[in-house]
Design a binder for this molecule. Structure first.
Ligand code: PGA
Length: 256
């Protein structure tokens, strides 16, 4: 695990203002783990309010449009996210790829827009169960990495640490079925090789997170696995109790 693991909660389409109290509790707890970088991605409607409530954690969006503004009803641009206090955005989550038909080309354009707006970006990739069972997982995920990450010249200009990849096997998301640690290590190695092939030495600066049914029980083993730079957590990030346990699993330097 690199020096500062990154633990990100994705609230998906969950949360009204009443849930800001969970964010406050998570923030207070995260302050006791300075060795862990913690962030939450609430629905757009809570981004600004959450930034006003927290100090130790980052707040980000779950998606953005590739354009900065224009006739795109219902969409939110990376510039708008930055304007309301977000520090990062997730792009290419499998639920966006599935529900909104997002291709890797679109995900790449969104990631580039995020960097242009000064945001960090977490680009998601992952294979379906069919793809894993037919032995195609590494080829599929490798292809997604090549096609979804920012172009080398844009990547080279981005501040260090601004780009992360989240490996999230689709069949592990929200199912309680977590990938085997050995498979996670192998996939993270494969992703790292693609990143180094695309970006040279700078490819080594990208944190690779694991996501898919991460919880307090499996978090310790997953976060200790070679090449795992953190976790993208859905269901278990919705309450402070379950999310803080994962932060604790990532941190060895609790400050009382
Ligand atoms: P999960 O979701 O932790 O609920 O499986 C992870 C994700 O979709 O990012």
């Amino acid at each position: 695990m690199p020096a500062r693991p990154y633990i990100v909660g994705n609230w998906k389409m969950n949360g009204t203002r009443a849930m800001l109290s969970e964010a406050r509790s998570i923030d207070r707890a995260a302050a006791r783990y300075p060795g862990v970088q913690v962030a939450l991605a609430p629905p757009f409607t809570l981004v600004h309010a959450m930034t006003e409530e927290v100090q130790a954690i980052g707040v980000g969006g779950q998606d953005c449009h590739a354009e900065t503004k224009g006739a795109h009803t219902g969409d939110i641009s990376a510039v708008m996210l930055a304007d309301c206090g977000a520090s990062f955005v997730i792009t290419g989550h499998s639920e966006r790829r599935r529900d909104h038909g997002e291709s890797s080309d679109m995900v790449k354009a969104k990631a580039e827009a995020a960097l242009a707006a000064g945001l960090g970006v977490i680009v998601c990739v992952g294979e379906t169960l069919d793809e894993r069972e037919s032995g195609k997982a590494e080829a599929i995920v490798g292809g997604q990495v090549d096609a979804s990450l920012p172009a080398p010249e844009i990547f080279a200009d981005a501040a260090q640490g601004k780009i992360s990849v989240a490996y999230e096997p689709v069949w592990a998301i929200g199912t309680g079925r977590v990938a085997e640690v050995a498979d996670v290590i192998a996939m993270h190695q494969a992703i790292r090789s693609r990143l180094e092939a695309a970006y040279g030495e700078q490819g080594a600066t990208v944190r690779i997170l694991y996501g898919g049914s991460v919880n307090a029980e499996n978090g310790t083993a997953l976060l200790a696995a070679e090449g795992v730079g953190g976790a993208l957590v859905g269901g278990a990030s919705l309450t402070a109790d379950s999310f803080v346990a994962i932060i604790a699993a990532a941190g060895t330097d609790q400050v009382i």
